[in-house]
Design a protein around this ligand. Structure first.
Ligand code: HPA
Length: 238
């Protein structure tokens, strides 16, 4: 029990999906888990534990941005026994070749946040995905026939950056595919605590073409992503 989480030790599975949105956590639990029970309601940042294809798994919302995610993830790692953490979220494409409805599997996550450098200075730590989870996610995306990309993303502090796409020019010049707001801190925390982490993001919009997913497309894209992440988290995907 912490100021942010009322769950007791043992209430979470070792494998945990991490959506930003609490209602998405509930939707994943209601739609995909067997015997799901709510283990956290503090601040409405909902967490659930159940089984997927018979295997234990949890879903915990993280809120938006790295500071919020870091609170939940630190506690999951240090107090609740989390060992495999998979972020499921949306991202905005910043290059032409990544289109709405694609899935981006993040090999690494750059950031403009001070969260990583504050801890690793003078070094700029390079946060990276767990290789086994990454490999399983790519294999699962191939099997499911999804349009997927594996590459670098950026976890930005600002959603409303006044410079728009221009803000990302230095990263576009280094092949970074998409922007979201949480993965970098997740990878750093998992590394610090010897755990496995991966971010799988559905492309919800493009900062290049200004396309956005319709509500129906967003739902089916989220379903594909949730299934893929649950297969990877539980090892049920084959
Ligand atoms: N910026 C940051 N995070 C996002 C975006 C974006 O454009 N789209 C989806 N998540």
């Amino acid at each position: 029990m912490t100021p942010h989480n009322e769950a007791a030790a043992g209430d979470y599975a070792e494998a945990i999906l991490l959506p930003g949105d609490p209602l998405r956590a509930k939707w994943i639990a209601d739609t995909f888990l067997e015997d799901a029970r709510c283990v956290n309601k503090v601040r409405n940042c909902l967490g659930f534990t159940g089984r997927y294809k018979g295997r234990p798994v949890s879903v915990q919302a993280t809120g938006m941005g790295q500071p919020s995610l870091a609170i939940y993830v630190h506690e999951l790692l240090t107090l609740y026994g989390a060992r495999k953490l998979i972020r499921v979220g949306t991202c905005g494409a910043i290059v032409e070749g990544v289109r709405v409805r694609d899935i981006v599997i993040a090999m690494t996550a750059s950031t403009d946040s001070a969260m990583n450098v504050a801890v690793t200075a003078p070094w700029h730590f390079a946060p990276c995905a767990d290789f086994a989870l990454l490999r399983a996610a790519v294999a699962g995306a191939e099997r499911a026939g999804l349009r997927w990309h594996a590459g670098g993303i950026v976890s930005a502090d600002q959603f409303y950056n006044p410079a728009g796409l221009a803000a990302f020019e230095p990263l576009r010049a280094h092949g970074v595919l998409a922007v979201e707001m949480e993965a970098s801190a997740l990878y750093t925390l998992a590394a610090r605590h010897g755990a496995q982490a991966l971010a799988i993001c559905a492309v919800s919009d493009s900062l290049v073409t200004h396309e956005e997913l319709s509500a129906a497309e967003r739902q089916s894209s989220l379903e594909d992503m949730a299934r893929l992440a649950l297969d990877v988290a539980t090892g049920a995907g084959g």
